[in-house]
Design a binder for this molecule. Structure first.
Ligand code: UD1
Length: 421
């Protein structure tokens, strides 16, 4: 198993190219199941999760090829298999995104029910509720969700749950509704840019979707989708992570390709902390030369502060001049990074869904263990500024969502290397 070794203290300076968004690319890849013709996708990051999705699609009869220029070409060649097996779904939860496309296009889907996850309980009731509202019948057999539908029919539905909207739940229902008969209106739809990118992709294939990016999405069903060429949006979570890397090291980074409008809440928070963020010619420029102010953060669905940046923001606030409060409202158990950051000298205390951060003067390097994707990003950020060496085990967690993170960080001055065991 590989790990990262970091020697903290270097000020980061330079430009970082932000990769394509993993969470936009995953449902868009799944949506290729719906298309009659070839699809060409640009800016799909080369990540473990993307490779898992492509592997699943290959098993589901989608032929794919990554070209030398990085673009991926996909085409459905066989529609027989409709089974997303537990082995793949348990590795990557976003595999459930094939459920909507399979039931809409092939009239049946057998998708393993995702199990537990390091960031807490993650049900799929909203996915099923939405697909059932369109006319699919579902039952649970041997741990698999079995869905069947002779015909899907558009309807009005409310898709809000106990924790608000669901990103992949909305994606699944939109992907099914594009081929349903008549009009579907989803109320309390997720507004995340990744859902908007999916809808833009589907519209380019001939779907008729409006209202994406708002809580009410309207879909007028069409008979078939063709292929298209699509450029996936930049990864706002990777951009936010590098913005925090600049802030935590008192550095200066240009985040090429990043879009300010996708990061409004995170940027507002960073500015209150004292970080300088400006729109640059090629993206966003981030610099920090002053002390860090403590702030309160509450994670929320988009456009609120993203839960996927909560752990990284916690790492930053460890070094603020005072006490900060972080409340997690999307995944209230997403706090596995707390104990590890405390091993590095942080003073964090969890109370239910809230963490009280008592700012400290410095963090110190230590061996720590990555537990999930964003928690490992937080540990790397802490390691960038910690005094001495940090060793972050289980590098595979970070590889799920960050493309060559050690190369990108070293290129702007970090002392980080990947070590095999
Ligand atoms: C997506 C992102 C993930 C991010 C999350 C929240 C992908 C591949 N992953 O995950 O990185 O952290 O959005 O921004 O895009 N819920 C229900 N019932 C459901 C589905 C969800 O109650 O059927 C709850 C969840 O437990 C959670 C909240 O709704 O509390 C939001 O989850 P959701 O938006 O569905 O997350 P994902 O789409 O799985």
């Amino acid at each position: 198993m590989e790990h990262f070794e970091l020697n903290g203290g270097n000020r980061l300076k330079g430009a970082v190219q932000i990769s394509g968004a993993k969470n936009a690319a995953l449902p868009i890849l799944a949506a290729c199941i719906l298309c009659e013709d070839e699809v060409t996708l640009h800016n799909v990051p080369d990540l473990a999760d993307i490779r898992s999705m492509i592997n699943l699609l290959n098993r589901l009869g989608v032929k794919s090829q990554r070209r030398d220029d990085g673009a991926i070409q996909l085409r459905v060649v066989d529609e027989m298999n409709c089974h997303a097996e537990y082995e793949l779904v348990s590795k990557m939860r976003a595999s459930v995104c094939v459920m909507g496309p399979l039931v809409a296009k092939r009239k049946r889907a057998q998708v393993a029910m995702p199990g537990g996850c390091a960031i807490g309980f993650r049900p799929v009731n909203l996915h099923l509720q939405g697909l059932e509202a369109l006319g699919a019948e579902s039952e649970l057999t041997g741990g698999d969700m079995m869905l069947r539908a002779k015909k899907l029919k558009g309807t009005e539905m409310f898709l809000g749950g106990a924790f608000g909207s669901s990103v992949t739940g909305t994606a699944n229902v939109v992907m099914a509704a594009v081929l349903a008969e008549g009009r579907t209106v989803i109320e309390s739809a997720a507004c995340e840019p990744e859902v908007t990118d999916l809808a833009d992709f589907l519209n380019a294939c001939g779907a008729r979707i409006t209202g994406h990016g708002t809580p009410r999405i309207t879909i007028d069903g069409v008979a078939a989708l063709k292929g298209c060429e699509h450029h996936v949006i930049a990864d706002r979570i990777e951009a936010g992570t590098f913005a925090i890397a600049a802030a935590i090291t008192n550095g200066e980074l240009e985040l090429r390709g990043a879009r300010i409008e996708h990061l409004i809440a995170a940027i507002d928070c960073l500015r209150r902390v004292g970080v300088i963020i400006e729109r640059g010619e090629k993206g966003i420029s981030v610099s920090s030369t002053r002390r860090l102010e403590p702030v309160s953060i509450t994670t929320q669905p988009y456009p609120g502060f993203p839960t996927d940046l909560q752990a990284q923001a916690t790492a930053l606030l460890c070094l603020a001049d005072g006490n900060s409060i972080i409340t997690e409202k999307v995944f209230p158990d997403r706090f596995l990074h707390i104990a590890e950051l405390n091993r590095m000298g942080a003073q964090l205390r969890r109370e239910g869904g809230t963490v009280i951060v008592h700012g400290v003067k410095k963090l110190v390097g230590a061996p720590v263990m990555a537990s999930d994707l964003r928690a490992s990003a937080a540990l790397i950020l802490a390691g960038l500024i910690a005094k001495g060496q940090s060793r972050i085990s289980r590098a595979y967690h970070i590889d799920r969502g960050y493309e060559r993170i050690e190369d990108k960080l070293s290129a702007v001055g970090a002392d980080i290397r990947r070590v095999g065991e």
